[in-house]
Ligand binder design. Structure first.
Ligand SMILES: [Zn+2]
Length: 255
């Protein structure tokens, strides 16, 4: 049986909640353009595949993912859906609040949507801890992999770049069309980098304006980075590294 909550009957859920030792994982993604070569749901898929593999090793419960994210800067390309940050905070808070009633009191929010998600996930986590008395951790793949991306020869964190593409090639090969990928190398930024492998990372993120995003979309088809450097072998190393870190986070919470 899988660890997904929505695949269980209530009786199965009751037992699974006991077996989980109170730990639930909530994958949080987006539906936004991912260049010529990857699907709109990429950010959600990368979060849910991490949840699935870590849950298998720990009996953590996986909550149905939040497929939508805050993506105003990607609205320039078709298919993108953007949800206001306050809606996301409230939605996630209500999910946590409901699950607390059923005995889940430790939550891990997996961030599939990069830097764009972090602020409102922090707001949710703080509010839930203060008002509901639960524990909330954020698991951010970019930060949790910063010691391995250089080893793998990946460039900086961008969008639909070699990191995300390699991960998708490993877990969802049928959804990646590398032959369509267009490179758009990232120019070094002295300030305002949001790349966690960059020593002077500032985390001062503001999404691009519509005009900038439009220009960028015309030039690159929506990619920032060099997806041509991707491989499923590298994706496996990256994935396994993240799973080992995520399993540690879960086991620490399980006590
Ligand atoms: Zn993405």
């Amino acid at each position: 049986m899988s660890n997904w909550l929505h695949e269980k009957s209530w009786q199965e859920a009751e037992k699974a909640i006991k077996d989980s030792k109170g730990v639930a994982i909530i994958p949080v993604g987006s539906i936004e353009q991912h260049g010529y070569h990857m699907p709109l749901g990429t950010d959600s898929y990368v979060a849910l595949t991490l949840a699935e593999d870590a849950a298998k090793e720990t009996n953590a419960i996986i909550v149905p993912p939040l497929w939508f994210g805050w993506s105003p800067h990607h609205m320039v390309l078709p298919g993108t859906i953007t949800i206001r940050p306050q809606v996301l905070v409230d939605y996630l808070y209500d999910v946590i609040s409901s699950l607390k009633e059923h005995g889940l009191d430790k939550f891990i929010l997996i961030n599939g949507h990069r830097i764009v998600n972090i602020t409102w996930m922090q707001l949710t986590a703080e509010q839930a801890q203060r008002e509901l008395g639960v524990t909330v951790k954020i698991f951010d793949p970019a930060y949790m992999s910063k010691d391995i991306v250089n080893v793998l020869g990946f460039g900086p964190v961008g969008h639909s770049e070699e990191i995300e593409t390699s991960h998708m090639m490993y877990r969802y090969p049928d959804m990646v069309h590398l032959e369509l990928a267009k490179d758009n190398p990232i120019k070094p930024k002295e300030l305002y980098s949001v790349d966690p492998t960059y020593a002077n990372d500032t985390l001062c993120y503001v999404p691009s304006t519509y005009e900038d995003a439009k220009k960028h979309a015309v030039e690159s088809g929506g990619t920032t980075g060099e997806p041509s450097k991707s491989s499923s072998e590298k994706g496996k190393v990256y994935h396994d590294h993240l799973i080992s870190n995520l399993v540690k986070v879960i086991k620490n919470l399980q006590g």
